[in-house]
Design a protein around this ligand. Sequence first.
Ligand code: FAD
Ligand code: PYC
Length: 406
Amino acid sequence: MKRCASIQAGSAFLGLAPTKPHYDVIIVGAGGHGLATAYYWAKNFGITNVAIIEKGWLGGGNTGRNTTIIRSNYLQDRRPRSMKGALALRETLSRTLNYNVMFSPRGVMMLAQTEHEVRGYKRTAYANALQGVETRWIGPAEVKRLVPIMNIEGPRYPVLGALWQARGGTARHDAVVRGYARACSQMGMHVIQNCEVTAGVESVGGVVSAVNTTKGTIGCGKLGIVVAGHSGHLANMAGFRLPVRSVALQAMVSEPIKPAIDCVVMANTVHGYLSQSDKGEMVIGGGADHFNNYTQRGSWMHIEETVRALVETFPMLSRLKMLRQWGGIVDMTGDRSPIISKTPLGNTFINCGWGTGGFKSIPGSGWAMAELVAKGEPGSLARDFSMFRFREGRFIDESVAAGVAH
Ligand code: FAD
Ligand code: PYC
């Protein structure tokens, strides 16, 4: 009872209309990254005259559509630095938000099924050790011990070993969204749903002054754009171009079965990954579509490819019925690393480019974006992730660690 009362206590939690003509800060996008940004503003900088505006419903974008994998086994120094912080924040998130996000550190295994991947993941394990991220290379016998249902010798690409991160795992995606939204609302911020930025961003003297939405024009002192697959559109409205492209990434779940696998397995060579939900469903995903699009379904061809790939490695899946399939629109940068950046428009900031892997980074990204918007300059977490790195050639190549083909 107490919990229900406190969810509703934040008057704007389910708000459908802006109640002020002007906010100090507007964030466009009530996904995990937008809400976490707002949360850490209030917590770290005391800024609460904030509206988070969302064209649909809370977490209705990629955050509510993802397969909830959390890991920090990236290659480049700059990624694990922020990921490590993100994992630490994640581990304490339920306590921080007083909302159970069901973090389940069940272990994440990335299979090596080619010699190239063996070299790549061994290298990642060494790099992670230097960065203080706990991962290790394991051989095929240990893979089989950890996941007995796996066919390690039979498939087209036999399992040669894996990169294993025992502290990785999953968390409940909609709980993360609702936990942050409730906390923002309780601190006096307005979370406004069904409010789409459609007709552009207004500016005076090169500095943002308002956004035009389906619920009217709302003034702002600063603007944060956190809209994942729609980032290109919003950037266009704000008068600049972004080095990102949008593609569909899809996933599906099977009928529920008894516990069969207690960690997450990613088979990146054959384009498939799976884990088992608390309800018993197999949660399955594959690679992204190969062409730009804005559908939240994804192409049929990928469903076939994903299922075919996983059945080779997990033959028991061939007997399962699939219950549901869905897609999200992910925003890909050329180096597969995110953007947390100032933009050419004054007092306007953007957080995007998380592509197929941003769920795990929600706390760390929100922390970094909050600092950027509050101070007007990036702190140590965001410094390397400027959108201008592409024209300056300062890439942060994480195409292998991204895990999912695109
Ligand atoms: P979103 O959650 O998409 O939020 C952006 C919001 O902006 C949306 O709610 C949208 O409606 C809103 N918006 C857009 N345009 C406008 C507008 N004009 N006006 C107002 N609001 C607007 N990551 C992992 O780490 N692990 C995984 O296992 C994983 N699996 C995935 C599986 C799938 C199928 C998909 C699609 C993604 C997966 N990801 C995963 C990636 C992850 O989901 C995203 O990187 C992350 O959720 C992005 O969060 P966000 O807050 O930036 O975007
Ligand atoms: O980033 O771990 C990840 C991931 C898994 C599936 C989609 N993204």
